[in-house]
Ligand binder design. Structure first.
Ligand SMILES: *[C@@H]1O[C@H](CO)[C@@H](O)[C@H](O)[C@H]1NC(C)=O
Ligand SMILES: *[C@@H]1O[C@H](CO)[C@@H](O)[C@H](O)[C@H]1NC(C)=O
Ligand SMILES: *[C@@H]1O[C@H](CO)[C@@H](O)[C@H](O)[C@H]1NC(C)=O
Ligand SMILES: *[C@@H]1O[C@H](CO)[C@@H](O)[C@H](O)[C@H]1NC(C)=O
Ligand SMILES: *[C@@H]1O[C@H](CO)[C@@H](O)[C@H](O)[C@H]1NC(C)=O
Ligand SMILES: *[C@@H]1O[C@H](CO)[C@@H](O)[C@H](O)[C@H]1NC(C)=O
Ligand SMILES: *[C@@H]1O[C@H](CO)[C@@H](O)[C@H](O)[C@H]1NC(C)=O
Ligand SMILES: *[C@@H]1O[C@H](CO)[C@@H](O)[C@H](O)[C@H]1NC(C)=O
Ligand SMILES: [Cu+2]
Length: 555
């Protein structure tokens, strides 16, 4: 039984690349089943171009990217260009049943989008069920030709993708958990560029080695493509200078530990200024709640040119799995660069003030193993996936697919981080929240202690958001806004909501369409921790969603 997804993106860089600033990049992704015994366990995985991780998509700011996808697998597929703004190109965003119906086996779809006002590292991944476990790869957006980085020009650039690996078939596992109502199984190992390193029960196949030369500076483009795990990333003996996150430049700061959640990307400068030798690289999980996770550390090596055979490996200590202190220190150090060339355009006046609680719950389920199903919700609504994509339903005014009554505030006020209410059931529906074109939104997301407080990386499609505040306990709408950073807050597409705390974001709703907001822990998204914003058209065609491409998949 062969599973093929052929994503044909024809790679054809224009001959005039050296002189033309803006180009159309055509890419060819062939998604096929690959025998991947070398990583950990013997199994077939769905891949793009037979690569795991998949191919890197290179482009420059202002380029148009054309990706032709042909699905020859035996399951439905969509591809999401994670963090790409998709200004007025919502049809190319990719989340299944939100902006498009899936590309069914044997079908094609051409993703067509332009990279407006973004430069840095992002990534692409499948956006249906858990297929992104193996269907993902880097997106590198270089500055416009002739425009330098606003930091030391690196001698070389390296992509580092952190991932999660199951020995069994991930799709089978998830489908079984949906039937049973029990949590999905945690992964078997973590990976660095596809390799777990020497872990019991997994062939190392050499692992991943980052080759460096003394005195040179490297730009590491680090991506967390894992499904459910936050990571600490370290290189023994070395420090990083953080210069960009989620394709937005930051004020540089030094750190020896990088904290990165699923859906986030981080660019870090590394100078090879230590004695020639071999140094351990670690990606170890973070979890500060009593939630079972895969607790294995993925390892790789940094090796200087000229390192003798069989060197002593310089080791590093991985942070404690529950080190909230380190995650806070990293997150609190992030600031937008906010220079003349790259200003932080933080909305100063607010049109919509929203407050969302997020957490898990338990609903009755007659057919489930324990008679109950674990669910998750935003403002107590467990999102039900529609059968027709929301964007199509919106554009063609198809009734009955979604309702516009998503609550802007929790329906029931309680001590969110204190004792949970006795009733921990949720309500459900396919509800969206409507925003006027160009309105300014402030959204505070509050973690709840229902079942257990836990941190969540929340991803918003279609926008970058400014993370203006974060705190522990219950958000205080009078006192807490006084401490908001409205000058140089970090700008990103995926932001953490801390365990038993809250995060405040602001964004301008300048992108008409339907935009998904969800936890980037796939387990929570599966349980319903998701909703969508419907952003109205503005005036005239340059402020409106264009008609869908002719090949948009149908349901
Ligand atoms: C997968 O690869 C392994 C190792 O190369 C080999 O032993 C096995 O037969 C392969 N499986 C199939 C179905 O091709
Ligand atoms: C991509 O979109 C642009 C503008 O929306 C359009 O002009 C162009 O023909 C499209 N290209 C393909 C290959 O669909
Ligand atoms: C990791 O998890 C396994 C399985 O739950 C457990 O047996 C082991 O003690 C844990 N290891 C550490 C270092 O916490
Ligand atoms: C972190 O975990 C360690 C070992 O499990 C425990 O001793 C310690 O109290 C925990 N720290 C925090 C802050 O929860
Ligand atoms: C959530 O909705 C359920 C079902 O309507 C209700 O029983 C429960 O009290 C609500 N809980 C909260 C915290 O709003
Ligand atoms: C949605 O809620 C209704 C009413 O409580 C319930 O009957 C139904 O089973 C729920 N659907 C899902 C998929 O949870
Ligand atoms: C659209 O066009 C109007 C009038 O030409 C202009 O004022 C506005 O800034 C444009 N909007 C965008 C998003 O380009
Ligand atoms: C694939 O997508 C189509 C269109 O939404 C749907 O009818 C079909 O049930 C899906 N197939 C599977 C296996 O989920
Ligand atoms: Cu979550």
């Amino acid at each position: 039984m062969m599973r093929y997804i052929l994503i044909t993106l024809l790679v054809a860089f224009s001959a005039g690349a050296a002189v033309i600033e803006s180009l159309v990049r055509h890419y060819s992704f062939l998604v096929v089943l690959k025998n991947e015994t070398k990583i950990c366990g013997s199994k077939f995985i769905t891949t793009v171009n037979r690569k795991f991780p998949g191919p890197t998509l290179y482009a420059r700011e202002d380029d148009t990217v054309i990706v032709r996808v042909t699905n020859r697998a035996n399951h439905n597929l969509t591809i999401h260009w994670h963090g790409v703004r998709q200004l007025r190109s919502g049809w190319a965003d990719g989340p299944a049943y939100i902006t498009q119906c899936p590309i069914q086996p044997g079908q094609n779809y051409v993703y067509n989008f332009t990279l407006h006002g973004q430069r840095g590292t992002l990534f692409w991944h499948a956006h249906i069920s858990w297929i992104r476990a193996t269907v993902h790869g880097a997106i590198v957006i270089l500055p416009k030709l002739g425009v330098p980085y606003p930091f030391t020009n690196p001698d070389k650039e390296k992509i580092i993708i952190l991932g999660e690996w199951w020995k069994g078939d991930v799709e089978d596992m998830v489908q079984k958990s949906l039937v049973s109502g029990l949590p999905p199984t945690v992964s078997d190992v973590h990976t660095i560029n596809g390799h777990p390193g020497p872990v019991h029960g997994c062939a190392t196949n050499g692992g991943f080695t980052l080759h460096v030369e003394s005195g040179k500076t490297y730009l590491l483009r680090i991506i967390n493509a894992a499904l459910n795990e936050d990571f600490f990333f370290k290189i023994a003996g070395h420090r990083f200078s953080i210069v960009e996150v989620d394709a937005s430049y930051t004020k540089p700061f030094e750190t020896e530990t990088i904290f990165i959640s699923p859906g986030q990307t981080t660019n870090a400068l590394l100078t090879a200024d230590k004695p020639v030798g071999k140094y351990l690289i670690t990606a170890s999980p973070f979890m500060d709640a009593p939630v079972p996770i895969d607790n294995l550390t993925a390892t790789a090596f940094l090796r200087y040119k000229g390192t003798p055979k069989n060197p002593t490996i310089v080791l590093t200590q991985v942070p404690a799995q529950n080190s909230t202190l380190l995650t806070d220190r990293f997150i609190d150090s992030l600031r937008s660069l906010n220079s003349e060339e790259y200003p932080a355009k933080v909305p100063q006046f607010i049109d919509h003030t929203l407050f969302f609680t997020i957490g898990v719950g338990i609903n009755p389920c007659e057919t489930c193993v324990n008679g109950v199903r674990i669910v998750a919700a935003v403002n107590n609504v467990t999102f039900l996936m529609p059968e027709i994509a929301l964007l199509q339903s919106h554009y063609y005014k198809i009734r009955g697919v979604f309702t516009e009554d998503f609550p802007g505030n929790p329906p029931f006020v309680f001590d969110y981080t204190g004792k949970p209410p006795a009733n921990i059931q949720t309500t459900n529906g396919t509800k969206v929240y409507r925003l006027r074109y160009n309105s300014n939104v402030q959204l505070v997301i509050q973690d709840t202690a229902v079942i257990a407080p836990e941190s969540h990386p929340i991803h918003l499609h279609g926008f970058n958001v400014f993370v203006v505040g974060k705190g522990s306990g219950n958000f205080d709408p009078i006192e807490d806004p006084k401490g908001f950073n409205l000058v140089d807050p970090v700008e990103r597409n995926t932001f953490g909501v801390p365990n038993g705390g809250w995060t405040a974001i602001r964004f301008k709703a300048d992108n008409p369409g339907v935009w998904f907001l969800h936890c980037h822990l796939e387990v929570h998204t599966t349980w319903g921790l998701k909703m969508a914003f419907l952003v109205e058209n503005g005036e005239g065609p340059n402020e409106s969603l264009p008609p869908p491409p002719r090949d948009l998949p149908r349901c």
